[in-house]
Design a protein around this ligand. Sequence first.
Ligand SMILES: C[S@@+](CC[C@H](N)C(=O)[O-])C[C@H]1O[C@@H](n2cnc3c(N)ncnc32)[C@H](O)[C@@H]1O
Length: 309
Amino acid sequence: MSERQTLSYLQQRFASSRIQPQTRFGQNFLIDLNLVNLIASTAELGPRDVVLEVGTGMGSLTTIMAAEAGHVVTVEIDHYLAPLAREEFETLDNVTLLEQDALKSKNKLHPQVIETLREKVAQIPGGRIKLVANLPYNVATPIISNLLDMDPWPVRMVTTIQRELAERIVARPRTKDYSALTVWIQAQCQAEIVRIMPPSVFWPPPKVESAILDIRPQKVMRKRIVDPAHFHSLVRGIFIHRRKFLRSALFSAVKDVLTKPEVDQVLAQMELDANTRAEQLTPQQLLDLTDLVRLMAAEKASTPTVEDR
Ligand SMILES: C[S@@+](CC[C@H](N)C(=O)[O-])C[C@H]1O[C@@H](n2cnc3c(N)ncnc32)[C@H](O)[C@@H]1O
């Protein structure tokens, strides 16, 4: 394995197949074996785990994970690269390689990927899903956020992503990195940066720094979110205007269902003053706010109007 991960091995395999790393697919291969091992060990893989790896590349992380996990479902979009990866794990019977885009659209994982994961989980008693991947940077956000809407729910997500994105995900309120994505993830997961990595640990080196991010979804936290789709879209709506006062950001996001005085009522119930901005609210406060909006809108919808009477 160590030989397979070296820069010279990768370069020689590419040259003999007459292919080049594709920037459009985010092909930056991790060439530091210690870091490949760190990703796999952080995920604490065991026989119950069905791993989703988005971006097989040459299969270096795949083979390490296959030695520990119950099954690895690895997805590779590049039809020139996939056959090379397939050769690397020809002898392994617990690896399924899907040659396709892992996403159906920006807001959806590909149904074939979901179906394969479900099938593999069903074959393992107590089976569970972990995302472990050196993610292509252009699809990292949709992969991570869409997985949080999948059933079965992933129990762990250990990924290599752009440092800037990792910092956004672990950001605290009142900072410039705090965003709708931060809230969506922190409302249901614990997240921490395990390692910052310089461009030199990849071939070819990307233009930016990277980070290994460890996300631990928490069922107890997820249960507090009554309507995840509503929460997700309301938070996105509010954060379009994250620097605006919350009152007007919230009104813009809910104007189809609540009036301005009703928005004021929601803010008063939460004891938030007029100068509060969206970026100052913790994920828990945004959850409470969403619940109040939902309840008030539902109450309104069930109250007969003068015309109904
Ligand atoms: C950063 S490389 C990681 C490769 C390898 N796992 C490693 O650690 O060296 C990302 C890989 O994802 C693949 N990829 C890019 N977009 C994809 C997509 N939408 N679905 C599946 N694979 C994708 C690329 O072709 C590339 O092989």
